[in-house]
Design a binder for this molecule. Structure first.
Ligand code: ADP
Length: 749
């Protein structure tokens, strides 16, 4: 089995794993520690109690043996004192053999210090101190010990042979310490237990643990505290449990006291616990592995499906509805995956439907032709709402009879048009509202029977209403009863609404198109009329001006000053008239795109001089015209006639709309930009800011009232703007009401 643990990279997996560990291991560990402590305590307590009892028993045994030794010695003394005569070897023959085992040697020390062996030998017998002599003379026993470095301690027992006759000497015996301490004779001590017997100064009389002769200060200090007790001590890194029991010997044996200490290595006492420790560690390790395996397998079982589901969600977010989530965990995850897959299927269906709907919407809304819209609906609606036959009936198309467009669902089936006698009233009778209706063939009214065809058994009627008026109907025919969901019906109605909007748009477009054609026609008529009229007016006016000039030039005889003045006026108004007519003529020509720029080289000096000469006649108002143009501007390439027309119009306007002050005409040359700038500034009535953008429009005048002061038809600036554009230039205006205007014409070359 492949053990894949990559899922552990997930936070949730790690969290669950941690939880498993904590839940499984924490109680076991706690339990183990508690029981370990408890067992250790118990074992230690038991061992110390056992040691305590054993030390008491050992102390009593030693005391008992001292009593035996005392009794033995006393019996020897009585034997010796009973015989009258000198001591011989035969006098001791009757001595108990057992006594020979208990004493290494027994000697009689005479008053003079002579030693006479009763049996055995005592090397370097101890001296009897004064205090001991006093104790001995009371008929009591003295026990003493002799420490020898690196050798076992010797223990002696003395008694006066006859306390009544001290001169008889003292019986001195060296106690066989093996007997005294019981080692080798009767092993009453519990196994692994070490025996120590300490004298009153806490020096070891015996130590069964090799190398522990010099006992630790710790042990000495402890035993000095009380007659019995327990303690723990250490020797060379090893720990021991110990219990002691003191034997009071002062009265009977002169020596103040001996303390019997029994000690047991702690390691031996706690051996069962250390086994338990090992077992426990093994158990922990085993449970760790088990927990690890179980938890990983559990987490995998939960996370792998979760992963799958997450992947599935990601794919759905990327609109990949085709792939499915495969989970076979046999639990809720599997159910979830099944629901997820069904959701993906539904989403896929809905998205497909929406995409198709959007396509249809786009197609119908972008079409401005009703026939094309209907064609799209008839061809594409099967993709969203599977059906066997589609019809679209439009009641009011201005063609008299309602037309029904029919199409079968087969690929390549053609659309044909029928003129069924179905009216909007017939449909309204069946479905009153705009919600539509699913109609079975047997319940359909006779009027709608033509819509059932090709064996269609049921019909979904979807009314098309435009601006609240029932204008048509879409029907989806089915050979078998369909199963539409509420969502399908909502979508169908949305589609029909879009179709209604599209048809309405198409109708509006049709109307607008017809109106535009009509408008164009009437505009053409107007332009033709204006053109003809302008021509017709210009010809007699030109003749009038010609005759005025002839009269003014006195070709028909002399005229007086008054007549000349009147003629000047006639001349001026005629020129105004002709310029107005020219304006209209130009405008009509511009409308029909008949005006083209004729570009030629133009020397500006003579051009400007000529323009200036046109304004040489003094004006009949307090106005002066200032000209400012530097000589020597290089020739430019432009249409001289149109440029002149532009400048004349702007200058004429400046003169017309200024009563007093001056009109300044300046010309600047910008060689880097290859531009010539003509500026006409006046101190006239100015133009309100909000009207500035309108003055270049056809027939626009700032003051168009009946009572206006200035003449004109509002065509001048329109023509000026158009001409400037034809020359590739621009015209700008800066003005303020009452403060004058500045028109700037820039012409590139
Ligand atoms: P019009 O034949 O009326 O002069 P234009 O097209 O030449 O027609 O001018 C349009 C309008 O712009 C004028 O009626 C006038 O109100 C305004 N206008 C043009 N030039 C000036 C100017 N220099 N000062 C004030 N108003 C002006």
């Amino acid at each position: 089995m492949k053990f894949d643990i990559t899922f552990l990279r997930r936070k949730v997996a790690r969290r669950i794993l941690m939880l498993f560990f904590v839940c499984a291991l924490l109680p076991i560990t706690l339990l183990a520690i508690i029981s370990f402590n408890h067992v250790t305590k118990q074992l230690r307590g038991q061992s110390q109690r056992r040691l305590q009892q054993a030390s008491k028993a050992a102390a009593l045994s030693i005391y008992e043996r001292l009593l035996f030794l005392e009794a033995g010695m006393k019996s020897v003394a009585s034997t010796l004192t009973m015989g009258n005569g000198p001591l011989t070897q035969s006098s001791f023959r009757g001595l108990d053999e057992d006594l020979r085992r208990k004493f290494k040697g027994l000697v009689l020390v005479s008053d003079t210090g002579n030693h006479k062996a009763v049996f055995g030998e005592i090397e370097n017998p101890p001296k009897t101190t004064g205090a001991e002599s006093h104790h001995l003379s009371a008929g009591r026993i003295v026990v003493s010990s002799e420490h020898r470095p690196a050798l076992p301690t010797r223990v002696f027992m003395k008694m006066m042979l006859d306390p009544q006759a001290p001169l008889q000497g003292v019986l001195l015996g060296e106690i066989n310490t093996q007997y005294l301490w019981g080692s080798g004779y009767e092993d009453t001590l519990p196994p692994m237990t070490e025996l120590y017997v300490l004298d009153q100064s806490a020096n070891a009389l015996i130590s069964s643990l090799p190398g522990a002769e010099s006992l630790s200060e710790e042990m000495k200090a402890r035993v000095a505290l009380s007659v019995s007790g327990q303690f723990e001590w250490r020797l060379k890194g090893a720990e021991f449990l110990a219990a002691y029991w003191s034997i009071p010997l002062k009265y009977r044996f002169f020596v103040p006291q001996w303390t019997v200490v029994l000690s047991e290595p702690k390691a031996d006492v706690l051996a069962p616990v250390s086994n338990f420790k090992k077992t426990f560690l093994l158990v922990i390790l085993l449970s760790l592995c088990t927990v690890l395996l179980l938890s990983i397998s559990q987490i995998r079982r939960s996370l792998v499906p979760l992963n799958e589901l997450q992947e599935g969600t990601r794919r759905i977010a990327q609109r990949d509805f085709g792939s499915r989530v495969a989970v076979t965990s046999g639990d809720e995850f599997e159910d979830l995956a099944a629901s997820f897959n069904s959701m993906a299927r539904r989403l896929s269906k809905q998205f497909d439907a929406l995409a198709t709907m959007a396509e249809i919407d786009r197609a119908v809304l972008s079409a401005l032709d009703t026939e094309k819209i209907l064609e799209t609906v008839l061809n594409r609606i099967h993709d969203v709402f599977p059906c066997d036959r589609v019809t679209v009936t439009l009641f009011d198309q201005g063609r008299g009879v309602p037309r029904t467009y029919v199409k079968g669902s087969n690929v390549g089936s053609k659309t044909w048009v029928e003129t069924f006698p179905i009216t909007s009233e017939d449909v309204r009778e069946v479905c009153a509202g705009p919600e539509g209706l699913l109609l079975m063939d047997h319940e359909a009214p006779r009027s709608l029977a033509p819509l059932f065809g090709l064996g269609v058994k049921s019909l979904l009627l979807l009314p098309i209403s435009i601006r609240g008026r029932l204008s048509g109907i879409i029907t989806l025919g089915h050979l078998h009863p369909p199963s539409y969901t509420q969502d399908d019906l909502v979508q169908a109605h949305q589609l029909v609404d879009q179709v209604a909007v599209a048809i309405h748009n198409a109708q509006l477009y049709e109307e607008t198109k017809n109106q535009a054609i009509e408008l164009e026609k009437s505009n053409k008529v107007k332009d033709e009329f204006l053109s003809v009229m302008s021509h017709e007016l210009r010809t007699p006016l030109t003749t009038i001006i010609g005759f005025i000039e002839m009269i003014r030039d006195k070709m028909f005889g002399a005229i007086n000053a008054e007549q000349e003045k009147a003629l000047e006026k006639v001349m001026m108004h005629s020129k105004d008239l002709i310029s107005m007519i020219n304006g209209i003529l130009y405008a009509t020509l511009l409308e029909s795109n008949a005006v083209k720029a004729e570009i030629n080289d133009l020397k500006l000096d003579p051009f400007l001089e000529d323009l200036k000469s046109d304004y040489a006649i003094p004006l009949d108002k307090g106005l002066s015209i200032n000209w400012d143009f530097a000589a020597g501007i290089p020739p430019i390439r432009t249409d001289a006639a149109k440029l002149k027309h532009v400048l004349q119009n702007v200058i004429n306007n400046a003169i017309k709309f200024t009563e007093t002050g001056n009109v300044a005409v300046s010309v600047r040359h910008f060689p880097e930009a290859r531009t010539v700038e003509f500026k006409v500034a006046d101190t006239g009535i100015g133009i309100p800011k909000e009207k500035l953008s309108l003055i270049f429009e056809k027939f626009y005048q700032v003051d168009s009232s009946q009572t206006r002061l200035y003449g004109g038809v509002g065509m001048g600036l329109y023509t000026v703007n158009k001409f400037t554009g034809l020359l590739g230039g621009t015209i700008e205006v800066e003005s303020e009401a009452g403060k004058g205007s500045v028109f700037t014409v820039k012409i590139p070359y």
